[in-house]
Write a protein that binds this ligand. Structure first.
Ligand code: AQP
Length: 332
């Protein structure tokens, strides 16, 4: 079956609603139809300042949240990026194929480095997209399930795969992005014109899955909408309401059209109250399941150890081929 690879950074502790709806939810579905590789991107996590004890704890916490979301270690390969040294090794080769100007055009780097100040942004942050290229190509992935914010990085992956294949002979599968239109971009609940993001959103605009469910309900009820009263999906003119409809629709399975009909003539209050209840119903068992996995770190670590072993088998084969193609003398 076709292969997918995706990752999530074990940074801010809790996943937010954007991570879940934009990416993790698709991962769970794809493990049924694809040969799926999912990684905790801890090498990516250190491109910004981090605390070692927190990184370790957050890596287990992210694994627990993925399992709580429905990833099944018997149906997919779940691993920690730093457990598979081939990622860093192939990244070096890909760095040498990437133009400085090409890397400079990556908008995520431009945004993040502007926020941090050019002197504080690390070289690691600059080459972050190239490491991502290596992550994907190592597994010969056909598709990469991500949110819209990652589209440019997948384009870079395609360009570099083509460049390598053209220069050294067919080596890498050229992957496609797998981005579901409806949930490609979940917006901040306070500023529905920008994406929900752990580094840029204010606490009120960021819906963290592990927050106290009561606090989450409150955030949903105070979501920013508009001064109109009509509940209609219209991202351009009604971004706040449209975002709430997207979340409602994805979590309940009701189509947006159905929801527009159901809420016709009702006020925003009704939509927000219902969505608050839906969110509480979703996050309460999610939090419980996450805690159960955290309470058993030995099982968690053994799942990750098995995942790393499966991942390495694939990654090592690709790296060996890439090393041979670039002309490295084999170690005897
Ligand atoms: N708002 C979003 N809507 C849809 N998808 C989203 N993703 C992130 N935000 C949204 C997707 O989540 C996956 C994991 O991404 P990550 O680990 O790289 O997280 P991130 O990009 O660091 O998340 P943030 O909140 O955007 O962090 P900052 O602010 O640090 O950049 C990816 O597939 C991503 O598309």
């Amino acid at each position: 079956s076709p292969r997918v690879l995706s990752g999530i950074q074990p940074t801010a502790g809790s996943f937010h609603l954007g991570n879940y709806l934009g990416a993790v939810r698709q991962w769970v579905a794809l493990q049924e139809t694809h040969d799926a590789f999912y990684m905790l991107a801890d090498l990516h996590a250190i491109t910004v300042a981090q605390d070692p004890a927190e990184l370790r704890a957050n890596t287990r916490l992210a694994a627990a949240q993925l399992l709580a979301s429905g990833l099944d270690p018997d149906r997919c390969t779940l691993f920690v990026q730093s457990h598979v040294p081939e990622h860093a090794q192939l990244a070096w080769v890909m760095n040498c194929l990437t133009g400085f100007g090409e890397a400079s055009r990556m908008t995520q780097f431009k945004d993040k480095s502007a926020r941090q100040g050019a002197d504080r942004a690390s070289v690691g942050l600059f080459t972050y997209p190239v490491l991502q290229v290596a992550d994907i190509l190592l597994y010969q992935a056909h598709e990469v399930p991500v949110g819209e914010d990652q589209r440019q990085h997948i384009e870079l992956t395609r360009d570099l795969a083509d460049r390598f294949n053209g220069r050294f002979g067919p080596t890498f599968t050229v992957p496609k992005p797998y981005i579901l239109k409806e949930t490609a971009k979940i917006y901040d609940f306070q500023d529905p014109t920008v994406k929900m993001s752990k580094s840029a959103s204010t606490p009120k605009g960021l819906i963290n899955l592990l927050d106290d469910p009561k606090a989450t309900a409150k955030k949903v009820k105070s979501a920013v909408t508009d001064t109109d009263t009509v509940i209609r999906y219209d991202v351009e003119n009604k971004p706040g309401v449209s975002n709430l409809l997207t979340v409602h629709s994805t979590l309940t399975g009701a189509s947006v059209t159905e929801l527009e009909e159901r809420y016709a003539g009702k006020g925003y209050g009704a939509l927000k109250t219902d969505l608050a209840e839906i969110m509480v119903g979703f996050v309460t068992p999610f939090k419980e399941r996450t805690q159960q996995y955290l309470d058993d770190p030995e099982t968690l670590d053994s799942i990750l150890a098995k995942g790393a072993e499966k991942a390495r088998a694939v990654a090592a084969e690709t790296l060996a081929l890439a090393y041979e193609r670039v002309g490295f003398l084999p170690a005897k």
